[in-house]
Each structure stands twice: as structure tokens, then as C-alpha cells.
Design a protein around this ligand. Structure first.
Ligand SMILES: NC(=O)c1ccc[n+]([C@@H]2O[C@H](COP(=O)([O-])OP(=O)(O)OC[C@H]3O[C@@H](n4cnc5c(N)ncnc54)[C@H](OP(=O)(O)O)[C@@H]3O)[C@@H](O)[C@H]2O)c1
Length: 326
């Protein structure tokens, strides 16, 4: 049995804890919040045996094998390092860190200690994503020309919250565009060669709308849009000379369609009863049981090159966080 701990009791931690009921060979044994009462309430709600009022106490729990870090991006390095230094494996929420320099630090620590580390790109584990990838790899689409994906929501407009607060590394690029870019790269099966990005910035200096154009090394084009204050049509398209794949609501998808010419050739439906975070948690659990220190579906190299791309894109749009050194 793989024993999990959770650090942070916010929105995503609840989703993960709820979906965990479907994970085999693993259980959540401890949760930590900055205040004990919040950890206790979370533990009661999800049937977790131990609740801690500090993250250090959870990292110190000898009965925890792996910790899921569910805090805002700017704390990922600190909280991941805390766990690694206590010899815990780590699944850290996306983006892994705020920048590539931070990721290099956590990667080196995990590798030095031979511990498992993964950025929580749950979308890679969704059956619809894997089905789309299977269609892409089969060649039925002909020569792939274009990948398109939008992702936009009306986020909670709390000035102190992580969506619009620059001190919590807010902004569409790190919060949302990471999904479009990850999906595009996965389906293109190629790294980026060049790109352009424009952003609409808020009066607090963070990007709430991004328009991104990518040319991949293998010649495929990518076209992506994100918004933190408008609901976009969040579908993704992989378009080839013979057909296309449509992944509905691509970042939480339950349906993918293969269209050849103008006809629907196949429809794939994921009839899950969870939000879908259990696929990722199951895969990580299986990796640990096999003694792996990386997940082949989201490797450390994937994260490293993605963090470098995000750094370069942030530089283009002039997005620098108050806590980042000169
Ligand atoms: N995979 C996905 O689908 C997905 C979806 C949403 C978010 N995420 C990622 O998950 C992370 C958390 O997002 P979220 O939406 O769950 O955020 P959230 O609801 O704001 O929760 C973040 C939690 O972090 C802890 N925290 C520690 N220090 C904090 C501070 N100074 N300010 C605020 N919170 C602090 C808090 O837990 P305690 O007070 O209990 O300690 C808080 O509840 C982000 O990196 C985000 O990108 C991923």
C-alpha cells in the first residue's frame, strides 16, 4: 500500500482527495494545512487518519511515502524541497515551479536522493488524451498541419487569491496556457521551434488573456488562446490533411471524436464518475510500486523544457513577479 500525504487544503486538494476513492493500492494517510482546524476539517470530510497544523509535521511523518503539493505555484519549490529533504517522493501541482531555475533546484535534489518527482499534469492521464494520441500516432489524420486549443474561465476575482494576485504568481500563462502548450506539444510529438505571444495585462501587471502561435520543430503549427476572466470554447483540434480529432473541453475531457473527411469515424467517451484526477494518482502509485523515479507520461525533461519555454514567453510579455530577484 502506498501512503500519500497532502500539503494544502484548497480547491485542487479537495478534488484530488475526492477522486482518490478510485485509486487502487494507495490511500491518503495524512493532510496538513497552515491551521490545524482546516486540516482536521479536511481529514474528517475525506476520512484521513492524521491532520497536521504545519507542513513540516507532515513531512516528518514516517508513515508517509509520497506527498501531493497543492499550494500556489510560488510555494512549490519550498514545499517540494521540504518533502524531498525528509526523503518523501513528491507529486507537485502544475506549474512545477515559477521558473526554470527553481525547477533545476528541485530536480537536482530529487535525483540526488533517488526520489520520485513529477509535475501534476493530470490531463496527460485522461483516457481522452491517450485516445487522441493513439489516433494521431496511427497516421489516420494524414499529415498533421495544425493544433488548436483554447482555455478560458471566469476565475474567482479575489484580489488576494492566486488568480489575480502577483504575489501568488497569478496569470493566464502559468495557470492556463501551460495546458494548451502541453497538449500541443504532446500531440505534435515535437518541441517548439519558434513562437509568438501577445498578452492583455491587468493593472496589477499580470496577463489575463494570452494569444500564442507556435511552430514546432517538425513543421506543425499551434494556435492557442487563454483567458482568466472569460469563458472560452475550451475544445482542442488536431487537424491533418485527411481528418481531425476534436477533444471536447480538452483539459477535463470526457469525449474525443475522430473525423475522417467530413464524417465522424469514431467517438470515444470516458464515462468516469470522478473529476478525473484518479487516473494521474493511479499512475503515480503504480510508478512508485515499480520503483520508478519518473513517470514516462510526464518526465522531468518534459517539465524542464516547458519551464524554459514559459520563462522565455514571460520575458516577451514583460511578466515578472514581485518576488523574483533581478
Ligand atoms: N491540476 C489541476 O487541475 C489544477 C486545478 C487547480 C489548481 N491547480 C494548481 O494547484 C495549485 C493550488 O491551486 P488551488 O486552486 O487549489 O489554490 P487554492 O484554492 O488557493 O488553495 C491553495 C492552498 O495552498 C495553501 N497555501 C499555503 N500558503 C498559502 C498562501 N500564502 N496563500 C494562499 N494559499 C496558501 C492553502 O492551504 P492551507 O491554508 O490549508 O495550508 C490553500 O488552501 C496551483 O499551483 C494551481 O496551479 C491545478
Amino acid at each position: 500500500m502506498v501512503n500519500w500525504g497532502i500539503i494544502g487544503t484548497g480547491w485542487i486538494a479537495e478534488k484530488m482527495a475526492d477522486d482518490f476513492r478510485r485509486v487502487k493500492g494507495a490511500r491518503i494517510v495524512a493532510v496538513a494545512a497552515r491551521e490545524l482546524s482546516r486540516a482536521q476539517a479536511f481529514a474528517t470530510r475525506f476520512g484521513i487518519s492524521r491532520a497536521y497544523g504545519s507542513y513540516e509535521q507532515l513531512a516528518d511523518d514516517a508513515n508517509v511515502d509520497i506527498v501531493y503539493i497543492a499550494t500556489p505555484h510560488n510555494f512549490h519549490l519550498e514545499h517540494t524541497m521540504l518533502c524531498l529533504k525528509h526523503d518523501k517522493h513528491v507529486l507537485c501541482e502544475k506549474p512545477a515551479t515559477v521558473n526554470a531555475a527553481e525547477f533545476a533546484v528541485m530536480r537536482a535534489e530529487a535525483e540526488r536522493r533517488r526520489l520520485f518527482l513529477m509535475e501534476a499534469f493530470w490531463t496527460n492521464f485522461l483516457p481522452t488524451t491517450q485516445k487522441a494520441l493513439e489516433w494521431v500516432r496511427s497516421g489516420v489524420l494524414g499529415r498533421i498541419e495544425l493544433i488548436q486549443a483554447n482555455l478560458g474561465f471566469v476565475m474567482r476575482n479575489d484580489p488576494q487569491g492566486r488568480f489575480f494576485n502577483p504575489n501568488l504568481a497569478a496569470g493566464s500563462l502559468l495557470d492556463l496556457a501551460v495546458y494548451n502548450l502541453n497538449f500541443g506539444r504532446l500531440m505534435a510529438q515535437s518541441l517548439e521551434k519558434s513562437y509568438s505571444i501577445t498578452a492583455q495585462m491587468t493593472d496589477r501587471g499580470i496577463d489575463n488573456v494570452d494569444s500564442i502561435q507556435v511552430e514546432y520543430q517538425n513543421g506543425i503549427s499551434g494556435l492557442y488562446a487563454t483567458s482568466s476572466d472569460a469563458l472560452l470554447v475550451n475544445d482542442a483540434y488536431i487537424i491533418g490533411t485527411k481528418g481531425k480529432v476534436i477533444v471536447s473541453d480538452f483539459h477535463m475531457s470526457r469525449r474525443a471524436q475522430l473525423i475522417i473527411g467530413e464524417k465522424v469515424a469514431e467517438t470515444f467517451t470516458d464515462r468516469r464518475t470522478t473529476a478525473g484526477y484518479d487516473y494521474e494518482a493511479q499512475s503515480v502509485t503504480d510508478c512508485l510500486r515499480r520503483g520508478l523515479t519518473e513517470n514516462p507520461l510526464r518526465t522531468l525533461n518534459d517539465t524542464e523544457s516547458s519551464m524554459k519555454l514559459l520563462d522565455a514567453m514571460r520575458q516577451r510579455i514583460g511578466l515578472r513577479y514581485p518576488f523574483e530577484k533581478e
